[in-house]
Design a protein around this ligand. Structure first.
Ligand SMILES: [Fe+2]
Ligand SMILES: [Fe+2]
Length: 180
Protein backbone atom coordinates (compact mmCIF):
# COMPACT_ATOMS: atom_id res chain seq x y z
CA UNK A 1 0.00 0.00 0.00
CA UNK A 2 1.13 3.55 -0.68
CA UNK A 3 2.73 4.73 2.60
CA UNK A 4 0.78 7.99 2.71
CA UNK A 5 -2.50 6.15 2.15
CA UNK A 6 -1.56 3.67 4.90
CA UNK A 7 -0.70 6.60 7.20
CA UNK A 8 -3.97 8.36 6.41
CA UNK A 9 -5.94 5.12 6.88
CA UNK A 10 -4.61 4.78 10.43
CA UNK A 11 -5.70 8.35 11.14
CA UNK A 12 -9.17 7.54 9.86
CA UNK A 13 -9.67 4.71 12.28
CA UNK A 14 -7.99 6.51 15.19
CA UNK A 15 -10.53 9.25 14.49
CA UNK A 16 -13.33 6.66 14.58
CA UNK A 17 -12.04 5.36 17.93
CA UNK A 18 -12.01 8.90 19.30
CA UNK A 19 -15.63 9.13 18.09
CA UNK A 20 -16.44 6.04 20.19
CA UNK A 21 -14.81 7.73 23.18
CA UNK A 22 -16.68 10.98 22.45
CA UNK A 23 -20.05 9.20 22.55
CA UNK A 24 -19.17 7.64 25.90
CA UNK A 25 -18.24 11.08 27.18
CA UNK A 26 -21.57 12.44 25.91
CA UNK A 27 -23.32 9.92 28.17
CA UNK A 28 -21.76 11.67 31.16
CA UNK A 29 -23.48 14.90 30.14
CA UNK A 30 -26.82 13.10 29.89
CA UNK A 31 -26.31 11.65 33.34
CA UNK A 32 -26.16 8.09 31.98
CA UNK A 33 -23.46 5.61 32.98
CA UNK A 34 -20.74 5.22 30.37
CA UNK A 35 -19.35 1.88 29.23
CA UNK A 36 -16.04 1.97 31.08
CA UNK A 37 -14.81 -1.27 29.46
CA UNK A 38 -15.26 0.30 26.05
CA UNK A 39 -13.38 3.43 27.11
CA UNK A 40 -10.64 1.17 28.45
CA UNK A 41 -10.47 -0.67 25.11
CA UNK A 42 -10.16 2.56 23.09
CA UNK A 43 -7.44 4.05 25.24
CA UNK A 44 -5.60 0.73 25.72
CA UNK A 45 -5.55 0.16 22.00
CA UNK A 46 -4.28 3.66 21.28
CA UNK A 47 -1.64 3.32 24.01
CA UNK A 48 -0.50 -0.11 22.90
CA UNK A 49 -0.60 0.43 19.17
CA UNK A 50 -0.46 4.14 18.33
CA UNK A 51 2.03 5.07 21.04
CA UNK A 52 4.27 2.11 20.24
CA UNK A 53 4.16 2.00 16.44
CA UNK A 54 2.31 4.88 14.77
CA UNK A 55 4.03 7.64 16.72
CA UNK A 56 7.60 6.24 16.59
CA UNK A 57 7.21 5.88 12.81
CA UNK A 58 5.97 9.45 12.59
CA UNK A 59 8.92 10.64 14.66
CA UNK A 60 11.24 9.15 12.01
CA UNK A 61 9.10 10.60 9.19
CA UNK A 62 9.26 14.04 10.83
CA UNK A 63 13.06 13.83 11.20
CA UNK A 64 13.37 12.91 7.52
CA UNK A 65 10.85 15.50 6.37
CA UNK A 66 12.50 18.41 8.16
CA UNK A 67 15.61 17.81 6.05
CA UNK A 68 13.56 18.30 2.89
CA UNK A 69 11.30 21.05 4.32
CA UNK A 70 13.13 23.27 6.84
CA UNK A 71 10.07 25.57 6.93
CA UNK A 72 8.23 22.81 8.83
CA UNK A 73 10.79 22.58 11.62
CA UNK A 74 8.71 24.23 14.35
CA UNK A 75 5.44 22.51 13.36
CA UNK A 76 7.12 19.09 13.32
CA UNK A 77 8.87 19.71 16.64
CA UNK A 78 5.51 20.57 18.21
CA UNK A 79 3.87 17.45 16.78
CA UNK A 80 6.70 15.30 18.12
CA UNK A 81 6.24 16.88 21.54
CA UNK A 82 2.50 16.17 21.32
CA UNK A 83 3.22 12.44 20.93
CA UNK A 84 4.69 12.48 24.41
CA UNK A 85 1.81 14.56 25.78
CA UNK A 86 -0.73 12.19 24.21
CA UNK A 87 1.05 9.20 25.74
CA UNK A 88 1.00 10.84 29.16
CA UNK A 89 -2.66 11.93 28.88
CA UNK A 90 -3.55 8.36 27.82
CA UNK A 91 -1.77 6.89 30.83
CA UNK A 92 -3.60 9.28 33.15
CA UNK A 93 -6.97 8.38 31.64
CA UNK A 94 -6.18 4.64 31.69
CA UNK A 95 -5.23 4.87 35.35
CA UNK A 96 -8.55 6.52 36.22
CA UNK A 97 -10.65 4.03 34.22
CA UNK A 98 -8.82 1.04 35.67
CA UNK A 99 -9.38 2.44 39.15
CA UNK A 100 -13.13 2.87 38.49
CA UNK A 101 -13.38 -0.67 37.13
CA UNK A 102 -11.52 -1.86 40.20
CA UNK A 103 -14.20 -0.35 42.40
CA UNK A 104 -12.59 2.94 43.39
CA UNK A 105 -14.80 5.99 43.84
CA UNK A 106 -13.55 8.73 41.55
CA UNK A 107 -15.24 12.06 40.94
CA UNK A 108 -17.05 12.05 37.63
CA UNK A 109 -15.65 15.49 36.83
CA UNK A 110 -12.12 14.12 37.06
CA UNK A 111 -12.78 11.39 34.51
CA UNK A 112 -14.66 13.80 32.24
CA UNK A 113 -11.77 16.23 32.30
CA UNK A 114 -9.14 13.57 31.58
CA UNK A 115 -11.22 12.09 28.73
CA UNK A 116 -12.06 15.49 27.22
CA UNK A 117 -8.43 16.61 27.37
CA UNK A 118 -7.33 13.43 25.62
CA UNK A 119 -10.02 13.75 22.95
CA UNK A 120 -9.39 17.38 22.08
CA UNK A 121 -5.64 17.02 22.12
CA UNK A 122 -5.62 13.87 20.02
CA UNK A 123 -8.20 15.13 17.54
CA UNK A 124 -6.32 18.36 16.92
CA UNK A 125 -3.06 16.48 16.60
CA UNK A 126 -4.40 14.21 13.85
CA UNK A 127 -6.02 17.14 12.04
CA UNK A 128 -2.73 19.06 12.01
CA UNK A 129 -0.82 16.07 10.66
CA UNK A 130 -3.41 15.53 7.95
CA UNK A 131 -3.36 19.17 6.94
CA UNK A 132 0.28 20.18 7.31
CA UNK A 133 2.37 17.03 7.16
CA UNK A 134 0.92 14.29 4.97
CA UNK A 135 0.68 16.36 1.76
CA UNK A 136 4.28 17.54 2.14
CA UNK A 137 5.51 14.04 3.05
CA UNK A 138 3.77 12.64 -0.03
CA UNK A 139 5.65 15.14 -2.17
CA UNK A 140 9.04 15.18 -0.50
CA UNK A 141 9.88 11.83 1.08
CA UNK A 142 11.87 9.41 -1.04
CA UNK A 143 11.73 5.59 -1.05
CA UNK A 144 14.71 5.40 1.33
CA UNK A 145 12.93 7.74 3.75
CA UNK A 146 9.84 5.54 3.72
CA UNK A 147 12.00 2.50 4.32
CA UNK A 148 13.48 4.17 7.40
CA UNK A 149 9.94 5.03 8.57
CA UNK A 150 8.83 1.41 8.14
CA UNK A 151 11.89 0.14 10.00
CA UNK A 152 11.48 2.57 12.92
CA UNK A 153 9.80 -0.19 14.92
CA UNK A 154 9.45 -3.93 14.30
CA UNK A 155 6.39 -4.87 12.27
CA UNK A 156 3.60 -6.05 14.54
CA UNK A 157 0.10 -7.09 13.61
CA UNK A 158 -2.41 -4.41 14.38
CA UNK A 159 -4.28 -5.94 17.36
CA UNK A 160 -7.53 -4.24 16.40
CA UNK A 161 -7.70 -6.10 13.12
CA UNK A 162 -5.97 -9.28 14.26
CA UNK A 163 -8.94 -11.60 14.67
CA UNK A 164 -6.60 -14.43 15.65
CA UNK A 165 -5.66 -12.46 18.74
CA UNK A 166 -9.08 -13.38 20.07
CA UNK A 167 -12.00 -11.33 21.14
CA UNK A 168 -10.19 -8.65 23.07
CA UNK A 169 -11.14 -5.79 20.76
CA UNK A 170 -14.24 -7.40 19.25
CA UNK A 171 -16.60 -4.80 20.69
CA UNK A 172 -14.36 -2.03 19.43
CA UNK A 173 -14.37 -3.54 15.93
CA UNK A 174 -18.15 -3.70 16.10
CA UNK A 175 -18.35 -0.05 17.19
CA UNK A 176 -16.12 1.05 14.31
CA UNK A 177 -18.09 -1.03 11.83
CA UNK A 178 -21.22 0.73 13.07
CA UNK A 179 -19.60 4.04 12.34
CA UNK A 180 -18.13 3.25 8.98
FE1 LIG B 1 1.30 12.03 15.44
FE1 LIG C 1 -0.52 10.43 13.33
Amino acid sequence: MDPVIAWHTEHVYFHQLLGVLQRQLDLFHRGEPPNYELILDVVSYLSEYADKTHHPREDVAFARLVKHCPDLELALARLGQEHRVIEHAGETLLGLIRAVLGGAVIARAEIEMAAATYLVYYGNHIAKEEEDVLPRAAKELKPEDWEAVRNAVPQIRDPLFDREAGGRFRELRRQIALEA
